[in-house]
Design a binder for this molecule. Structure first.
Ligand SMILES: C[S@@+](CC[C@H](N)C(=O)[O-])C[C@H]1O[C@@H](n2cnc3c(N)ncnc32)[C@H](O)[C@@H]1O
Length: 155
């Protein structure tokens, strides 16, 4: 049963729908003193936008081809091959990370809702960033329909 000594995650989760919303979070959530990890960076388009706000960002992707192209296109930014589901390997890449961006293909549908929640929980537990911004329409819909019960919040 839950009690006061139980471990509680402090990380904020920001769920976005589509790449436009995912990128629109950058001015609000990334500061000059942040250290940011992007998981699922493809060719680094969003990683570049993050780098414009803070000097310390690493873009990662499971695809070695994507990472090779990202390095060619943006030699000034660090890119690494990483399977985003291997959170231990993510922790070994660098950090401590204050913000994590996650955009792994296939996370947007409702059938992958549990994968999205698992990823958020794993990254929040292992890396303990202040915030994780994730691109998942299903998670955004789910979050928008959740209410934390404090009493008196009936329909
Ligand atoms: C929609 S693209 C990312 C676009 C990028 N974030 C941007 O804003 O330009 C999704 C990426 O997820 C990557 N991906 C798929 N499975 C992954 C995994 N398990 N770990 C890391 N990246 C993965 C794909 O290789 C693909 O490049």
């Amino acid at each position: 049963m839950a009690n006061e000594k139980q471990f509680k995650l402090r990380t904020k989760f920001i769920a976005t729908r589509g790449v436009k919303e995912y990128r629109a979070t950058i001015p609000e959530w990334v500061n000059a003193d942040d250290t940011v990890l992007e998981v699922g960076c493809e060719w680094g388009t969003t990683t570049v936008l993050i780098a414009e706000r803070c000097g310390n960002v690493i873009g990662t992707d499971v695809s070695a081809e994507c990472i090779a192209r990202a390095r060619r296109m943006h030699p000034e930014i660090r890119f690494e091959v990483l399977d985003g589901f291997d959170v231990r390997a993510a922790a070994d890449i660098g950090g401590p990370f204050t913000k994590v961006y996650i955009d792994i293909s296939g996370l947007s549908g409702y059938r992958s809702l549990l994968d999205g929640i698992s990823l958020l929980t794993m990254y929040a537990t292992v890396l303990r960033p202040e915030a994780i911004i994730i691109k998942s329409g299903a998670l955004k819909h789910f979050a928008a329909h959740c209410l934390a019960w404090h009493g008196g919040t009936g329909p």
